[in-house]
Write a protein that binds this ligand. Structure first.
Ligand code: PGA
Length: 248
């Protein structure tokens, strides 16, 4: 059985004190959730939020990690720096990083291997643009992202994949639950070919893109969807808690 994972991606929102207030509101609301609950927060919020999360069932995540252990990489943050504060998850290759910060499948791969090496669980994001979907390229785009981005991983079930169609992120346009289920099923099949079918069955694959308190039940009811990566709706304690309690 794959344990569902509901992860908030705060993006560049919430100062440390705002973040602490948000998780303090969230803690009692998700205390009985059956899934894994994660908040991926801005790096500078990590120390304060880590402290606030102590003793709760919410795990801490970061939004990026550098691939080197240390060195002359001004502005970057290493896996060990995250680990020291109890960070467990790290988002890698989010489409905003691919689009605005020059992230490529190659850098995604390096970051993913570095995170695994340090004992962090990468949440690797993949997904097609609207143009790619409309011109029938969804599968070939995903094939390349998966083949190049996940190269060299020993145990593929040690990572989480987030399928996030770029056209559904922050737009209010969600993929239909059937579309999301079908594409995630395709990703699982491809992972089976690239790694092994048994490992693909163990791998958790989330859906992300305008998932909210209203549509989470339907999406989470689909057999291939093992959770959500939630942007906008993770900034409100009540909305995020409704998503984490999707089966109640
Ligand atoms: P959204 O963002 O829920 O605001 O669409 C999802 C994401 O980018 O991870």
């Amino acid at each position: 059985m794959r344990k569902p994972i509901i992860a908030g991606n705060w993006k560049m929102n919430n100062t440390a004190s705002e973040g602490v207030a948000l998780v303090n509101a969230l803690k009692p609301l998700v205390a009985n959730a059956d899934c894994e609950v994660v908040v991926c927060v801005p790096a500078i919020d990590i120390p304060a939020v880590a402290e606030a999360l102590k003793g709760s069932n919410i795990a801490l995540g970061a939004q990026n990690v550098h691939f080197a252990e240390k060195g002359a990489f001004t502005g970057e943050i290493s896996a060990n720096m995250l680990k020291e504060f109890g960070v467990k998850y790290v988002i890698i290759g989010h489409s905003e990083r691919r689009q605005y910060f020059g992230e490529t499948d190659e850098t995604v791969n390096k970051r993913t291997l570095a995170a695994l090496n340090a004992g962090l669980t990468p949440i690797v994001c993949v997904g097609e643009s609207l143009e790619e979907r409309e011109t029938g390229k969804t599968e070939s785009v995903l094939d390349k992202q998966l083949t190049d981005g996940l190269k060299g991983i020993e145990n593929i079930a040690d990572i989480v994949i987030a399928y996030e169609p770029v056209w559904a992120i922050g737009t209010g346009k969600t993929a239909t639950s059937e579309q999301a289920n079908e594409t995630i099923g395709y990703i699982r099949k491809k992972i089976g070919e690239l790694f092994c079918p048994k490992c693909a069955e163990k791998l958790r694959i989330q859906y992300g893109g305008s998932m909210n308190a209203g549509n989470c039940k339907e999406l989470m009811a689909m057999p291939e969807i093992d959770g959500g990566l939630i942007g906008g709706a993770s900034l409100k304690a009540n909305d995020f808690a409704t998503i984490a309690n999707y089966n109640k």
